[in-house]
Design a protein around this ligand. Structure first.
Ligand code: GTP
Length: 367
C-alpha cells in the first residue's frame, strides 16, 4: 500500500524553530522527525511513500534522497503554493490507483495502521479516519459516529458548550482513490473541512477507527518538548526503546564531576565540563559544549549549542549553533532559533521566543 505524507506546512506555531527548516526535519531524539515516521510506516510494511512538500523542500530531499537508507522508496511532489491538505493529495493523484494511506507529517503515533486498514476494508468505506481521545478537544476537529463507528458529523474546533465527544481527527486516513475525483485540481482545499464534509453530505460510507495508542501532533514548542520527554520517559515503548538511563554518543567527553540524572540523551562529540548538572528528561544534540558549573534541566538542545559557565537552562529549546553565555538563564518554554547568542548575565523569562541570528547584549534582559 502507498502512503502520502503531508510535509508542506510552514509550521508557523513552531517558529522560530521552523524559520530555516520544516517541522519534518526538526530533531526528535537527535533524528529528524520524519525519520521516525518513515520507520513507523516501514514497520507496518508501507514502503512506497510520496512526500507532498511545499515549504523548504530541499532539506528533506537532501537528507532522505530516494529513501534507501531508511528502507523505503520515496517520491517527491512539490507544490509551488501550498495546496492545503486535500489539494496536496489531489496533486499526488497520478500515483494513487488503489486504497492508500494519507498522514499529516507531524503525527507521532503508535496506532496500529495494519488493523486500521483491515477495518477500512471490512466496512467497504471510502474513507476511514483514525480518531484519538484528547483532554481538550476544542482545538481540534471532532468526529461523531453511530454505534457501529460510521461517521455522522464533523465538528471543527468547537466551543466547550458544543463538545459531544473527546475523539478527534488524528490526521491519519485510509482512503479510496475515487474520492480524489471530487477534489478540484490546483486549488487550495482542506480535506478535513471540505472534502470529508462533502462525502458525508452525499451519504458515502466513512468510518472512524478509534485508538488509544500513543499519539501526539507536534504543532507547538510545548508539544515538541512533551514528545521528547514522553519518548525518553518510555511512554511510547514501541517507538523508542528508552533505557531510562543516560545514553552518551561516541566521542563525547564528560568530566567525572558532572552530575547527570536520567533520562538523558547526549549526542556524539559533546563536551560536558566540571561540576555541570544535567537533569532529565533532557536531550543534547551532537557537538554541544556545556561549560563548568552550568545547570540544565528538561531542555532540548540541537546541534552544536554552547552553554557558558554557570548558565541555567530549564524546560527550553535551543536550535542549532546557539550560544548561551556565562551566568545567563533561559527559563520554561523559551525557544531560541538557530544561531541565537544570549550574551552573559541575561535572564529570559518563561515563553520568550527569539528569532534566528539575534544577538542579545550582555546584561540587557533581566526579567
Ligand atoms: P501551523 O502553521 O503551525 O498550523 O503548522 P502547519 O503548517 O504544519 O499546519 P498544520 O499543523 O495544520 O498541518 C498539518 C500537516 O499538514 C503538517 O504535516 C503540514 O506539513 C501539512 N500541511 C499543511 N498544509 C499543507 C499544504 O498546503 N501542503 C502540504 N503538502 N502539506 C500541508
Amino acid at each position: 500500500m502507498k502512503a502520502v505524507i503531508l510535509v508542506g506546512g510552514e509550521g508557523t506555531r513552531l517558529r522560530p524553530l521552523t524559520c530555516n527548516i520544516t517541522k519534518a526535519m526538526m530533531p526528535v531524539l537527535n533524528k529528524p522527525f520524519l525519520e521516525h515516521l518513515l520507520a513507523y510506516l516501514k514497520r507496518h510494511g508501507v514502503t512506497d511513500i510520496i512526500l507532498a512538500m511545499s515549504y523548504l523542500p530541499h532539506h528533506i530531499k537532501d537528507y532522505f534522497g530516494d529513501g534507501a537508507k531508511t528502507g523505503v522508496r520515496l517520491s517527491y511532489l512539490i507544490e509551488e503554493e501550498p495546496l492545503g491538505t486535500a489539494g496536496a493529495v489531489k496533486n499526488a493523484e497520478r500515483y494513487l490507483d488503489e486504497t492508500f494511506l494519507m498522514l499529516n507529517g507531524d503525527i507521532f503515533t503508535d496506532l496500529d495502521i495494519t488493523a486500521m486498514i483491515n477495518f477500512h476494508r471490512e466496512r467497504k468505506a471510502v474513507a476511514t479516519i483514525a480518531v484519538t481521545p484528547v483532554d481538550d478537544p476544542t482545538a481540534y476537529g471532532l468526529i461523531e459516529t453511530d454505534a457501529g463507528g460510521r461517521i455522522t458529523r464533523f465538528l471543527e474546533k468547537p466551543g466547550w458548550e458544543e463538545v459531544t465527544t473527546n475523539r478527534i481527527n488524528a490526521g491519519i486516513y485510509v482512503l479510496e482513490p475515487d474520492i480524489l475525483a471530487r477534489i478540484p485540481p490546483k486549488k487550495t482545499v482542506s480535506i478535513e473541512r471540505e472534502t470529508f464534509q462533502q462525502l458525508l453530505a452525499r451519504g458515502k460510507p466513512m468510518y472512524a477507527y478509534s485508538s488509544t495508542a500513543y499519539w501526539l501532533d507536534m504543532g507547538t514548542p510545548e508539544k515538541y518538548l512533551r514528545l521528547n520527554y514522553d519518548l525518553l520517559l518510555g511512554k511510547a515503548p514501541s517507538l523508542f526503546n528508552a533505557t531510562g538511563g543516560v545514553q552518551i554518543g561516541g566521542g563525547s567527553q564528560i568530566d567525572p564531576s558532572a552530575k547527570i540524572e536520567a533520562p538523558v540523551l547526549i549526542g556524539e562529540g559533546c563536551v560536558i565540563g566540571r561540576g555541570v548538572k544535567i537533569k532529565g528528561p533532557t536531550v543534547l544534540g551532537p557537538e554541544c559544549e556545556i561549560a563548568e558549573g552550568a545547570s540544565i534541566e528538561g531542555a532540548v538542545l540541537w546541534n552544536n549549542v554552547r552553554v557558558g559557565k554557570r548558565a541555567i537552562l530549564r524546560n527550553c529549546i535551543a536550535a542549532d549553533h546557539c550560544q548561551i553565555h556565562e551566568a545567563s538563564q533561559v527559563m520554561d518554554n523559551c525557544v531560541l532559533g538557530d544561531k541565537v547568542v544570549v550574551g552573559k548575565n541575561n535572564k529570559l523569562a518563561q515563553g520568550t521566543r527569539i528569532r534566528p541570528n539575534k544577538r542579545i547584549a550582555p546584561g540587557s534582559i533581566s526579567s
